[in-house]
Design a protein around this ligand. Structure first.
Ligand code: TRP
Length: 459
């Protein structure tokens, strides 16, 4: 077997993993989910899920990938048996679904970058018209998709490492600046209170379900993205350290995004439960309030850095179908990228149309009991990220404990961390994988499938 291309060092891997994790999930999706989920109630559940459940699953995914030396869809067979390969295939399918709508939102971000450069700060009030303009949206979406394909073509271990070292700290810096600015605005404290003052009464099954989905989505877990990256990681590196740093960075960026957005939302009197448009409706007005010069500078820089964060995420998603085709059918990487791109574009068309352009896709479905119709894009988000990702995580736990076996998982984790088995973290990971994750993920999966998709009222 030829040995796989590897990341050149520890930070190359961490940059790629953190780059995959930090993206629109943190700055676009997280705030509107918090807004819909009643603020602090959602935040509490989200943080709990990230550290208690997701961190051990991330460690396990990376370990499986590194041990198998195969991308996600092919990793289960060598470590277990062929009966598990459907889990990998489901991951590839789910990755294509996620990418299909992710690209569209990334297209909006790219478009907003241009609008900010032009000083068009009133775009926030015209968000609905903007996203229903199919010519503009499809142009940016295609531009973004092609950029992703181009980088995936070079291979994930090259290229992005260097750029990431500048862009990621850049995004953090600009967000810190915006948080400081946010705190000086009128009504900022209302936003902070909504976000941070604990209100346990708001926690219900829907909040739990969405917070769980969000934690998987934000940490890029549940479909094998981290597994695929793990297959490019050398055995001298410490998986625990890399996972911990990735989890911490990602959670911190999401937390900062909330700290920035909610004062902005409340100071402009925008309803926090506004859904996927929240960030796009909120930010331009804030840049406007900075005056034209500073507004254009900060505004365009913000959307540029966010586009880049989105790019390092789409790369990890596109790597899934690409690596799958290369590993399974032995075709050239270039052809695999071309097929993936075409497929993702086609699957993404309904999402592109579902924000006002086509009435059918905009009001695609009315969930039983929901009073507002759900767009195709929101529907796919629900299926793919809130339901299938935690389900994939459940399968990873069961696989690692009952099929691959904990002993072998732990042996893999000691490569790069010799004393691992003696640490507290080892006990904690073992406990979570066996006793916490399976019942929690299993119960939430069953309850939500029954409640949301079949309209059964359990609570
Ligand atoms: N985590 C990314 C974000 O927050 C999105 C993402 C990239 C993702 N790769 C993934 C989500 C794999 C689930 C699985 O923007």
């Amino acid at each position: 077997m030829t040995s796989r291309i590897k990341f050149t060092n520890k930070f190359g891997f961490i940059a790629a993993a953190a780059g995959s994790a930090v993206g629109l999930g943190n700055v676009w999706k997280f705030p509107f989910e918090v807004g819909k989920g009643g603020g602090s109630a959602f935040l509490i559940m989200y943080i709990l899920f990230c550290f208690v459940l997701c961190f051990p699953i991330m460690v396990t995914e990376i370990a499986i990938g590194r041990r198998a030396q195969k991308s996600a869809a092919m990793a289960f067979t060598p470590l277990g048996h062929r009966g598990w390969s459907w889990v990998g295939a489901l991951g590839v399918f789910c990755g294509i679904l996620i990418l299909s709508f992710y690209n569209v939102v990334a297209g909006w971000v790219l478009g907003y970058f241009v609008e900010m450069l032009l000083g068009n700060f009133d775009i926030g009030q015209h968000f609905t018209e903007y996203v229903s303009d199919i010519a503009t949206v499809s142009g940016y979406t295609i531009a973004f998709l092609i950029t992703t394909s181009f980088i995936v073509l070079q291979g994930v271990t090259k290229g992005i490492e260097k750029a990431n070292k500048i862009m990621m700290p850049g995004l953090l810096a600009i967000m810190l600046f915006l948080v400081a600015y946010a705190l000086t605005l009128d009504d900022a404290m209302k936003g902070i209170a909504f976000y941070l003052v604990p209100d346990f009464s708001e926690i219900n099954i829907n909040v739990i379900y969405r917070a769980l989905g969000q934690s998987f989505f934000s940490l890029s877990l549940g479909l094998g993205a981290m597994m695929t990256y793990g297959s490019y990681l050398s055995r001298n590196e410490d998986i625990i350290f890399a996972s911990a740093l990735t989890t911490l960075t990602d959670t911190m960026v999401a937390f900062l995004a909330g700290l920035m957005i909610f004062p902005f939302v409340f100071s402009q009197g925008i309803p926090p439960e506004g859904g996927p448009g929240l960030v796009f409706m909120t930010m331009p007005g804030i840049f406007k309030s900075m005056g034209p010069t500073l507004g254009i500078m900060i505004g365009s820089l913000f959307f540029l850095l966010l586009s880049f964060a989105a790019l390092t995420s789409t790369i990890s998603l596109m790597e899934l179908p690409t690596a799958f085709m290369v590993d399974k059918y032995n075709i050239k990487r270039k052809n695999a990228v071309i097929y993936s791109t075409i497929l993702i574009f086609i699957v993404g068309i309904p999402s592109m149309l579902s924000n006002g352009y086509s009435g059918f896709f905009t009001r695609f479905i009315t969930y039983i009991g929901a009073d507002t119709p759900v767009s195709f894009m929101d529907f796919v988000t629900d299926i793919a990220s809130n339901t299938l990702l935690p389900f994939g995580g459940l399968m990873v736990c069961i696989f690692s404990i009952y099929v691959w076996k904990r002993r072998k998982l732990f042996r893999e984790l000691t490569h790069g961390n010799e004393n691992f088995t003696k640490t507290f973290i080892a006990r904690y990971i073992s406990f979570t994988l066996q006793y916490i994750a399976p019942p929690v993920l299993g119960a939430i999966f069953i309850i939500t499938v029954l409640e949301i998709f079949f309209g059964v009222n359990i609570f």
